[in-house]
Design a protein around this ligand. Structure first.
Ligand SMILES: Nc1nc2c(c(=O)[nH]1)N[C@H]1C(S)=C(S)[C@@H](COP(=O)(O)O)O[C@H]1N2
Ligand SMILES: [Mo]
Length: 379
């Protein structure tokens, strides 16, 4: 069932026959999940659900180890049984499908390095408070994801004329403000975005089966988009002729500024300093600064570093940049004097977008791409 633009409920296709999802009977114990996260060195946020971020010092490598990858959950983490799980493909398609994990692994697969960032990353820096988890800058990570292309599965099903959007449903559910019934985590993409964004139906992360907390057995991975698009514990893909107005589509993940409303989509350009760490004591003289930078719109063109409030200087881009993964960079700051020193880094992407001094506040605190800074003490 989907909510049409008018707010009524309507059914699409022959869902009853293909819907694979059954109420998950098991959920991961959030207390245990928090302990696992803290032991891996993650910063665990309060609240009922598992939400934790990675300290920037653990984000310097090309790939983020799975154990250190941030986790962002609206509801409890469902523990799904592969034997009962199916991916349903339904709605405005020529051939409805119900695919087992085994069947999905038999399809041609692609492996892609993709940077994923929570839309609320770093919202703690907005001076005017914005609601939501008060993330610092570490709700981001880069992993290698493997699975069939969403486009291939949709083409196999055959998209019928009149199709407008594709709705992706996760198996997790719970109550949200303003709705009496529990709802599932659901998001949509336009048919064009579903076919052209390069999205994967990923069953592996960093070469291993997806862990439960990252969406086992299958998640969507939409390169370039903020993380909310990458629906975990995916069970249903429904092609619809309507415009989807779900809670996580239309109430959340919308920029609300000055009476305007605009959906949250691509990750904004941003650089992160991974070395040195804030508070670190270093010998004065020369300091090696390292970091990563990414943008959902285009590859990174340049990263500039400012030390001790001095002029912006160009950093060196290093390593191979994956099309959808972050760019590593380094900068050698020389001739530094003792005392507390601020190091800042700022990225520009190949379509010319640069990080603003002050990202535009919005009520729900999305896309807070503040210029990252660390404070070190030089001896
Ligand atoms: N089913 C489901 N998918 C989801 C979410 C969720 O709560 N439920 N959270 C989304 C958000 S907001 C983000 S940022 C990413 C986080 O993915 P991760 O926990 O694997 O890092 O998953 C997205 N997919
Ligand atoms: Mo997110």
């Amino acid at each position: 069932m989907v909510h049409s633009g008018q707010g009524e409920t309507m059914s699409i296709g022959n869902l009853a026959q293909v819907t694979s999802w059954q109420e998950p009977t098991l959920a991961a114990d959030p207390q245990r999940e928090r302990i696992v996260a803290a032991q891996a060195g993650l910063i665990v946020h309060g609240g009922e659900q598992l939400n934790c971020e990675t300290p920037p010092a653990s984000l310097g490598a090309g790939l983020t180890p799975t154990a250190q990858f941030y986790r962002r959950n609206h509801f409890a983490v469902p523990l799904l049984d592969e034997a009962r799980w199916r991916l349903g493909v339904s709605g405005l398609v020529d051939q409805e499908m119900s695919l087992s994990l085994h069947e999905l692994t038999q399809l041609p697969a692609e492996t892609m390095v993709v940077t994923m960032e929570c839309a609320g990353n770093d919202r703690v820096r907005f001076e005017r408070p914005a609601s939501g988890v008060q993330w610092g800058p570490g709700a981001v990570g880069t992993a290698e994801w493997t699975g069939p292309r969403l486009e291939d599965v949709l083409r196999r099903a055959g998209i019928r004329p009149g199709a407008r959007e594709v709705i992706f449903s996760g198996a997790d559910s719970g109550s949200v403000e303003g709705s009496a019934e529990p709802i599932r985590f659901e998001r949509s993409l336009s048919v064009a975005d579903a076919l052209e964004s390069g999205a994967l139906l990923a069953y592996a992360m960093n070469g291993r089966p997806l862990p439960a907390r990252h969406g086992y057995p299958l998640r969507l991975v939409v390169p370039g988009w903020y993380g909310m698009a990458s629906v975990k514990w995916l069970t249903d893909v429904q092609v619809t002729g309507e415009s989807f107005r779900g809670y996580f589509q239309d109430t959340h993940y919308v920029y609300e500024r000055g009476g305007r409303r605009e959906p949250v989509r691509l990750m904004q350009v941003r650089a992160l300093i991974t070395r040195p760490a804030t508070g670190q004591e270093l010998a004065s003289g020369a300091v090696a600064v390292r970091g990563v930078a990414w943008s959902g719109a285009a590859p990174i063109d340049r990263v500039d570093v400012s030390v001790a409030r001095g002029r912006w200087q160009k950093a060196r881009l290093i390593g191979t940049a994956d099309t959808c993964g972050w760019q590593q960079w380094e900068f050698l700051a020389a001739g530094l004097h003792p005392g507390e020193t601020v190091i800042r880094a700022r990225a520009t992407d190949m379509v010319g977008q640069a990080q603003p001094e002050q990202p535009e506040w919005n009520r729900l605190g999305y896309a807070a791409n503040f210029i990252h800074e660390v404070r070190v003490v030089l001896r």
